[in-house]
Design a protein around this ligand. Structure first.
Ligand SMILES: [Zn+2]
Length: 342
């Protein structure tokens, strides 16, 4: 009986086709393709989730944003690192599975690193010559931050020389315009990120809106005139926010996606609800001693190492935000489309 009904339907369909209803087979075909595509998508998503689980991906985890200043032989303050210390800082990061990304990539959520790896953001404040000095043919001088970073990167495939330089009018010690254009152009051409650190390195706390705009806008304009780069983020001098925090992000001459502070914890992932673009914490680079017993880089890297579930771990796919299902309440709404809970 059943068979008979189906035969009957088949006959009807055949009649419809013969009757010249040529939209019918087309619709059937389209639906098949859609079902097929949906099934394929579901299968691929399931495979991606499985792969994410295998590397314990956690793209809602925390990211260390390290704050460097000068790299010099005889440190004047605890903000400075010697070339040997800086090299050891980078070697540790490479050894522990960190991959440098820029501040611009972090604040825009473009974190494209291999599965199982952890992002780290290397930031350099104050645009000092110890960070970048070029010789006559445009090669970084030995023992500058850039030179050491490139050296460590060459020894560790998978650890790219990537960093963000927060520039003031000091411009790496260059006062001649052509030389300023050379250093900024060199950073741009070598894949480094250029950020804003205000023109005169002023404390923005308590300043008028006009002063804040002037301090941030004038250096933004200068950076653009010299290199055609528009900074994507700012590092606030002394970590101090202006009276209205938004002033640091948006002005007539600038439009930042993130403002970085000067302390004291790892930063939330940009996909997490805890992420606040108006105040992104950074970590001072220093051993576990004195004021740095708990809240500087050695202490935090130790903590992230012993609390791997708190740390950002990539699933290797920049188009998804993968995390254990349990963490779902922490996902920022804007990223629901990319979410890959497992
Ligand atoms: Zn500074």
């Amino acid at each position: 009986m059943r068979l008979g009904i189906f035969r009957g339907l088949g006959l009807l369909a055949a009649v419809a086709i013969l009757a010249g209803c040529d939209s019918q087979p087309a619709t059937v075909k389209l639906t098949d393709t859609k079902v097929d595509a949906a099934a394929k998508l579901a299968a691929s998503k399931a495979a991606k989730a499985k792969a994410a689980a295998a590397v314990k991906a956690n793209e809602l985890g925390q990211i260390p944003v390290l704050m460097f200043h000068r790299i010099i032989d005889k440190p004047g303050t605890t903000d400075d690192r010697t070339p040997q210390q800086f090299r050891a800082d980078l070697e540790r990061l490479a050894r522990e599975g960190y991959v440098p990304i820029s501040a611009a990539e972090m604040v825009t959520g473009k974190i494209d690193i291999p599965a199982g790896k952890h992002p780290v953001v290397l930031t350099f404040d104050d645009s000092s010559p110890s960070q970048l000095t070029l010789n006559e043919v445009g090669v970084p001088a030995p023992n500058t931050a850039v030179s050491i970073l490139k050296d460590v990167a060459a020894k560790h495939p998978g650890f790219p020389a990537k960093a963000t330089f927060y520039v003031t009018r000091d411009m790496f010690g260059k006062s001649i315009r052509e030389e300023q254009a050379q250093v900024l152009g060199w950073l741009r051409d070598n894949g480094f990120d250029i950020g804003n650190h205000t023109r005169d390195h002023v404390n923005l706390r308590g300043r008028s809106h006009k002063e804040v705009e002037e301090q941030i806008g004038s250096i933004a304009k200068e950076i653009f005139a010299l290199s055609s780069v528009r900074p994507v983020s700012i590092a606030l001098p002394y970590g101090n926010q202006p009276s209205k925090k938004e002033w640091a992000l948006h002005g007539k001459l600038y439009n930042h996606k993130g403002a970085f502070l000067a302390g004291y914890t790892p930063a939330p992932a940009p996909f997490s609800k805890a992420f606040d673009p108006l105040g992104i914490p950074r970590i001072k680079v220093m051993e576990k001693k004195g004021d740095c017993k708990q809240f500087c880089s050695e202490a935090w890297l130790d903590w992230l190492k012993s609390n791997p579930d708190m740390r950002y771990t990539s699933d290797g796919d920049a188009s998804t935000v993968a995390y254990p299902k349990f963490k779902t309440p922490y996902l920022r709404k804007a990223f629901v489309k990319w979410s890959l809970p497992y």
